[in-house]
Ligand binder design. Structure first.
Ligand SMILES: C[S@@+](CC[C@H](N)C(=O)[O-])C[C@H]1O[C@@H](n2cnc3c(N)ncnc32)[C@H](O)[C@@H]1O
Length: 265
């Protein structure tokens, strides 16, 4: 299966709804607020939301640019665009487009600011994608990219060997599961300057489905359980182990989101 087909399979109708639920949990809401503090978006700006998913970032961008600004939001997955369009139906300054980050349907220098949260790790040809991003940004424009290094995931369990096996399977859900460690150089190669990195940790100290890790557990189980060499019993045992860690001394989950800001010279 190509990376694009794998992305479309992960974000079918059920996958899109599951992700929307996770991204509405209080810890991800707080993460979005922290990300927006690093984004230099102002009223009247032309903003680009790359891989907009369920449109939570598109709506926040619409509020930031106001009535005199404009937000163009793209995504490759139609179920995501449907959720996003519904969320933003009253925000007339937002337009949605089904598009691949490799072929942005916009003129050179069209945008003042661009945001891509958890998107580029899904894209195999990153050099082409960042060259395309640089093309549509105007001189002086800021881009903000958020990506995860799944090696930064610390998740308490009883069976460490099984945990490592499951996380190895999960790393197959994207072509770049450790993208942050090479992102500074990749952005510089595409011509971006003043690249800076911040981290936002997501920490859960109790198991609940209304948290990032509680929601992600189902996402991971669904993907890894479908891999030929894994199977549903192994992931069910993994879920039972991790979700009951309170009885074995304590639930603990931590994961770093890496936030990169850069400018087109
Ligand atoms: C994990 S979701 C993040 C959604 C959104 N950025 C957010 O943070 O709420 C990743 C999104 O990137 C989209 N995506 C992945 N590869 C893409 C590509 N090549 N072009 C456009 N969108 C892509 C997916 O369809 C999905 O909606």
């Amino acid at each position: 299966m190509s990376d694009k087909d794998s992305t479309l399979a992960q974000f079918d109708q059920a996958g899109a709804q599951r992700l929307e639920k996770i991204y509405l949990t209080p810890d991800v809401v707080q993460q979005r607020e922290q990300i927006f503090q690093l984004l230099q978006v102002k009223p009247g700006m032309q903003a680009l939301d790359i891989g907009c998913g369920p449109g939570l970032t598109s709506l926040a961008l619409a509020q930031a640019v106001g009535d005199k600004g404009r937000v163009d939001a793209i995504d490759i997955a139609p179920p995501m665009l449907q959720l996003a369009a519904r969320r933003c139906e009253h925000a007339k300054q937002v337009a949605f487009h089904q598009a691949d980050v490799l072929h942005l349907p916009f003129a050179d220098g069209a945008f003042d600011v661009a945001l891509a949260t958890q998107v580029y790790e899904y894209v195999a040809d990153l050099d082409a994608a960042f060259t395309e991003l640089a093309r549509v940004m105007q001189s002086g424009a800021q881009v903000l990219l958020v990506d995860t290094d799944w090696e930064s995931c610390v998740w308490a369990c009883r069976d460490e060997t099984r945990m490592r096996r499951v996380m190895q399977g999960w790393s197959q859900h994207i072509p770049h599961p450790q993208l942050p460690r090479s992102l500074v150089q990749r952005l510089q190669r595409a011509g971006f300057a003043k690249v800076e990195v911040n981290t936002i940790p997501l920490i859960n100290l109790a198991f609940s489905t209304d948290t990032f890790s509680g929601g992600m557990m189902g996402f991971i189980a669904s993907f890894v359980g479908g891999l030929p060499e894994y199977g549903t019993q192994l992931v069910a045992d993994w879920q039972a182990d991790v979700s009951s860690m309170e009885e074995a001394g304590g639930y603990f989950f931590s994961l770093n989101r890496y936030v990169f800001t850069a400018y087109k010279p």
